[in-house]
Design a protein around this ligand. Structure first.
Ligand code: A3P
Length: 362
């Protein structure tokens, strides 16, 4: 493999070549800048990650920053909305309440995806582009649209990332608070399968069988899933890390909000927590549908044909939906993989059966 650079994090970057590159090109139409692997770890990223890797590693976190960290599809957006609302608008009266989530809680590593497909702001009239112009006057979006938005965010900043702990400076946990959300891998898999077909930046065109193979062989962007979790799990007793299971949020969100109230030192009353609870329920968030844009704006990020046929970002919001998607063979393969990688860590994923009771409150 071709080593193209060494990163400040201590990782070497290899570019995908040969059969592996050919295979990925056939199945992914979005990663137009190729893919790279980082060693140690075998982390997989779009080629544009190399442009931002050192900036991300050197990002200057502040002591009142809260980072929502997850592998994709573990419930990040739900947690982003909860944390931002608890910290900024527990009485639901902040002027930016209801504006696109990723402008209030910027996804700091988004730029590597934007470089693949379209450079922001695709539509300079969109609320997201206007927000950038307001917050980052004179800055060039090509230098990192969401990265610069994160830097310029008013305090207290809440920041989203899908990167693992090891790709940030070791001082991260001693500087800022991190909330790590994890979810049953089978639900993650089916949710990610939907996501990568929906989003232009990925545009997956392969089969589900092939996707399962990618997941289990650590060949999806942000893989390895198990190593991502392991790094956070090993820090779960650190006072600045709060480890949460998506399934616990589904089962007893009130209890999870109480724990967050303590971890974040937000001191919200029961009445305020109830407001946050209602505002961030699946039905309410789906109604607003404002992850990247205002709901009524044109959607530059999603494949419109897929969106029309299969629905958008807010898919099910449940646990156990893998049962209608994965066949017995696929399910068994994932079980064996969980047994091999995650069970030895002492992580027990909740039985999906327990979780059928979702969920949406009103
Ligand atoms: P499904 O695809 O299973 O429905 P992420 O934000 O990390 O991309 O995770 C997205 C998953 O969280 C999706 O799962 C999405 O529907 C679910 N989700 C988003 N908001 C939610 C909420 N308020 N309550 C429950 N699940 C939510």
């Amino acid at each position: 493999m071709n080593v193209i650079m060494a990163l400040l994090s201590g990782h070497e970057v290899n570019i995908l070549e040969g059969e592996e590159e050919k295979d990925q090109k056939e199945n992914w139409k979005g990663y137009t800048n190729g893919l790279v692997r980082l060693h140690p770890g075998r982390w997989l990223f779009p080629g544009s990650y190399t442009k931002f890797a050192n900036k991300l590693y050197e990002f200057r976190f502040k002591s009142n920053d809260v980072i929502v960290m997850t592998w994709p599809k573990c419930g990040t957006t739900w947690m982003q909305e909860i944390v931002w609302t608890m910290r900024n608008s527990p009485d639901l009266n902040h002027p930016r309440l209801g504006s696109p989530i990723n402008t209030r809680v910027p996804f700091i590593d988004t730029d590597m995806f934007l470089e693949c497909s379209l450079l922001p702001p695709a539509d300079p009239e969109s609320s997201t582009a206007k927000h950038f112009q307001r917050l980052c006057p004179g800055k060039d979006p090509a230098d990192g649209f969401f990265f610069q938005l994160t830097e310029a965010q008013p305090e207290p900043r809440t920041i989203k990332t899908h990167l693992p702990i090891s790709l940030f400076a070791p001082s991260l946990l001693d500087t800022a608070k991190v909330i790590y959300v994890v979810r049953n891998p089978k639900d993650v898999l089916v949710s990610y399968y939907h996501h990568v077909q929906l989003f232009i930046a990925m545009s997956y065109v392969g089969t589900l069988d092939k996707f399962v193979e990618y997941f289990l062989n650590d060949d999806l962007v942000y893989s390895p899933f198990w190593l991502h979790i392991k790094e956070a799990w090993e820090q779960k007793d650190h006072s600045n890390l709060h480890f949460v299971f998506y399934e616990d949020m589904l089962r007893d969100i009130k209890n999870e909000l109480k724990k967050l109230n303590k971890f974040l030192d937000t001191n919200l009353s029961d009445e305020q927590l109830e407001k946050v609870h209602h505002y961030t329920s699946f039905n309410e968030m789906k109604k607003r549908d404002n992850v990247f844009n205002e709901a009524h704006e044109s959607n530059d990020f999603m494949n419109s044909n897929y969106l029309e046929t299969n629905g958008g970002f807010y898919r099910k919001g449940k646990s156990g939906s893998w049962k209608t998607k994965l066949n017995e063979d696929q399910s068994q393969k994932v079980d064996e993989w969980i047994e091999k990688h995650l069970t030895p860590l002492g992580i027990t994923f909740k039985e999906a059966e327990e979780m059928e009771i979702n969920v949406t409150t009103s």
